[in-house]
Design a protein around this ligand. Structure first.
Ligand SMILES: Nc1ncnc2c1ncn2[C@@H]1O[C@H](COP(=O)(O)OP(=O)(O)O)[C@@H](O)[C@H]1O
Ligand SMILES: [Mg+2]
Length: 293
């Protein structure tokens, strides 16, 4: 298996940078061939140049990209340049986009995840608020603004929904022009993040072709809610597998959360190539990946 890694020593420290580094090191330890690629096309200009040092493979070989969530066009360009070298990334561009962009995966996951409405302008806020009652959870098609706290994700009235919609449309990397208004659910939790965000009882599951590779508690740190009973573990993993069957994306990360009622729901999905590790040890995930691919 070939790894295209964006790990570099010069990156600002962040959770993503640290996970990318850990996964790259794990891949190397396990004997995968790692080729480093730049994080953007600023200096190299094209995807072909980004991969100039990667040899041509005579036999098509599976490839995994370990990096930051790319713009869609960047994914397409790297995917094609890698394919020209005989490396096939685990997800095609459409599969990548389906796992990552809310409005593409939501229709497939209806009923497993809170009801949601996709809007593209503030003009649609009234209609969205008529379909879902306040308070609502508001995020972009790719990401929420959870780093800025609960108030940046929850609207209690139309005025707040308009403001959050405006903010999210400006946050282009997180919304790509689409804002998601969701039924606000009560997630079971014991801890609040330093910014006041409730740290729901959530688990990230890495799945390859509808088979679980590894799962782990979503948030960092010690949490009494991290431990699952055997029954709960089955419920979490069955839901994650069901979601992956509906999605039909080969390599996917699925976040499952528990409501205060005890019921489990899908929070979101992602292209696992760009998903953080949560509490999963990199070496354990990558040894599973290596066995399977
Ligand atoms: N509908 C919702 N109601 C209540 N809390 C939610 C809802 N959706 C997500 N959350 C909480 O907000 C967090 C961030 O939302 P998420 O959709 O995962 O966005 P991001 O892509 O930024 O991680 C989740 O981990 C969960 O704790
Ligand atoms: Mg999330």
């Amino acid at each position: 298996m070939i790894v295209l890694s964006e790990a570099t020593a010069q990156t600002e420290p962040s959770a993503s940078a640290s996970d990318i580094k850990l996964m790259t090191e794990a891949a190397k330890l396990l004997g995968c061939k790692v080729y480093y690629i730049p994080q953007n096309f600023e200096r190299c200009g094209t995807a072909e140049n980004a991969l100039w040092h990667v040899p041509q493979f005579a036999q098509e070989t599976a490839g995994i990209w370990v990096g930051y969530i790319p713009e869609f066009q960047r994914y397409v360009a790297i995917y094609q340049a890698a394919l020209a070298k005989g490396i096939k990334l685990l997800n095609t561009p459409l599969e990548h986009q389906t796992a990552l962009e809310f409005d593409l995966f939501y229709p497939k996951l209806r009923g497993l995840t809170p009801d949601s409405v996709v809007i593209t302008s503030t003009n649609e806020c009234i209609e969205a608020s008529e379909l879902l009652e306040f308070p609502v959870f508001v995020k972009g098609a790719i990401q929420s603004q959870k780093i800025q706290g609960w108030d940046s994700c929850v609207a209690n009235n139309l005025e707040e929904l308009l403001r959050l919609t405006e903010d999210l449309l400006k946050f282009k990397a997180g919304s790509r022009g689409r804002v998601i208004v969701r039924k606000l659910v009560k997630l079971r939790h014991q801890r609040l993040a330093p910014n006041g965000f409730p740290m729901g009882r959530e688990f990230r599951c890495f799945i390859y072709h509808q088979q679980l590779l590894k799962y782990g508690y979503y948030w960092d740190g010690q949490d009494d809610l991290k431990q699952l009973t055997k029954l709960e573990e089955n419920q979490v993993l069955n839901l994650a597998i069901l979601a992956s069957q509906r999605l039909q994306v080969p390599y996917v990360a699925i976040d499952i959360g528990q409501l205060e009622t005890g019921e489990w729901i899908v929070i979101e999905t992602a292209d696992a190539q760009f998903a953080g590790l949560s509490q999963i040890p990199a070496l354990e995930l990558w040894s599973k990946l290596k066995d399977i691919c």
